[in-house]
Write a protein that binds this ligand. Structure first.
Ligand code: HEM
Length: 399
């Protein structure tokens, strides 16, 4: 990658899908600069799939860091330097992921449905108490608290710490994502440290307890650092992504009354709206990174060992080579498949949970407020200022 005529990815872009169209036109693997890091961008569906499953592409940072200096303080730095499963491969990846697969299985999640419905109903009741003619930000008041409350219960955040966590989460919501704020991240770590410490003595039916047993009893299968990284990963990955999904779905459905009517009348299931939103407006824009383990050729492009490849999830969802009328939001597409949850060994662990939350949230919201109207056009809403997340900072409506 010596050519300097490269695309610079702008976290504050107001036109993500337009930028992505230009990237795809430039090729399936395009040289870009993302937060000061020179990388290849995997822009279309087939190439992204190849990169996510290629045996010579790895999530382990050292393939790149052995040869480069990581710009400190960037989102890439903050996300890839942790020791969670997301940055592990092979045996270490299996060791970190396996203990969690049962907790996120479809069967376990079906058992969670009534509880998620109850939490949703409580939020809807709170919305219904607000003045009906004043704007309400549904990102902050609905899309944000629901996944936060669900994931906090699953992880096992004790009641005494819920207020602190809520305050912290709300601050994170204001900046649009944890990756934007090192100070908040530090505070979250301190809070989780405190919680883990407390749970040593009081086991419960939650993930902290399960993971702690692995750390303490099962011959130290999980180091202290891995324990923390896993819990932090679950909190972050299980939260803001789902906030973006719910926000994006509300935004597009309010601007497409015919599609919304298909849902409200029961002619189309809410799960179809969730899948189409994931494809059409992926909650993750760009994800750092895969690294070439050795020199490798992908789609006719030669990558040198150590070179990073950025996964362009939102771009793959709009790939005209993969979807007919890719830019059209259409919940009646038959069996839409997408890469919004990734593919291969790192396929999103929480995908069934995110789908369930999305479906329950949208059905409850649109069922409760039949006259709901957006306050602004989708293009007028400020986008998140991050390369990772794809959503708007607010979702104001009149209920
Ligand atoms: C991994 C997307 C919700 C937990 C991933 C990956 C994607 C993704 C694209 C793969 C990253 C890669 O291949 O490098 C999403 C989206 C969500 C969502 C779009 C919501 C709409 C959740 C939830 C949880 C979760 C609710 C958990 C409670 C994880 C974990 C991984 C992961 C633990 C790492 C898996 C591994 O490395 O083996 N997610 N996610 N995610 N996600 Fe999600």
């Amino acid at each position: 990658m010596t050519d300097d005529s490269r695309f610079i990815l702008d976290p504050a872009t107001a036109d993500l899908h337009g930028d992505n169209e230009r990237l795809r036109e430039a090729g399936p693997l395009v040289p870009v600069t993302a937060e000061g890091v020179r990388a290849w961008a995997a822009t279309d569906y087939a190439t992204l799939m190849t990169v996510l499953t290629h045996p010579d592409m790895s999530r382990e940072l050292h393939h790149w860091a052995d040869r480069h200096t990581l710009p400190p303080g960037t989102a890439i730095d903050r996300i890839v330097t942790d020791t969670s499963m997301l940055n592990a491969e092979g045996e270490r990846h299996r060791r970190l992921r396996m203990p969690l697969t049962a907790a996120f299985s479809q069967r376990r999640l079906n058992g969670l449905r009534p509880r998620i419905e109850e939490l949703t109903a409580r939020l809807i009741d709170r919305l219904a108490e607000l003045p009906a003619d004043a704007p309400v930000d549904l990102r902050l008041e609905f899309a944000y608290p629901l996944p936060r409350e669900v994931i906090s219960e699953l992880i096992g955040i004790p009641a005494a710490h819920q207020d602190d966590l809520h305050r912290l989460s709300d601050a994170i919501a204001q900046v649009g994502g944890l990756e934007d704020s090192p100070a908040l991240r530090r505070e979250l770590r301190e809070l989780l440290d405190e919680i883990i410490e407390e749970r040593r003595g009081t086991p419960g039916e939650d993930l902290i307890t399960d993971l702690f047993e692995l750390h303490e009893k099962d011959g130290g299968r999980l180091s202290e650092d891995e324990l923390f990284a896993t819990i932090e990963l679950l909190f972050i990955a299980g939260h803001v992504t789902t906030v973006n999904l719910i926000t994006n779905a509300i935004r597009v459905l309010l601007s497409e009354p015919d599609q919304l009517e298909l849902l409200r009348s029961g002619r189309c299931p809410y799960s179809a709206a969730v899948e189409e939103t994931l494809r059409w407006d992926s909650p993750i824009a760009y994800f750092p990174m895969r690294y070439a383990v050795r020199d490798v050729e992908i789609d006719g492009v030669r990558l040198r060992g150590g070179e990073p490849v950025l996964a362009c999830f939102a771009s793959a969802g709009r790939d005209p080579g993969q979807y007919e009328q890719a830019d059209v939001f259409d919940i009646t597409r038959p069996q839409v498949t997408h890469l919004a949850f990734g593919h291969g060994p790192h396929f999103c662990l929480g995908a069934p949970l995110a789908r369930l939350e999305g479906e329950i949230a949208l059905r409850a919201l649109f069922g409760a407020f039949p006259a709901m109207k957006p306050v602004a056009l989708p293009d007028e809403l400020p986008p998140l200022d991050t390369l990772l997340g794809n959503s708007t900072r607010t979702m104001p409506v009149i209920l």
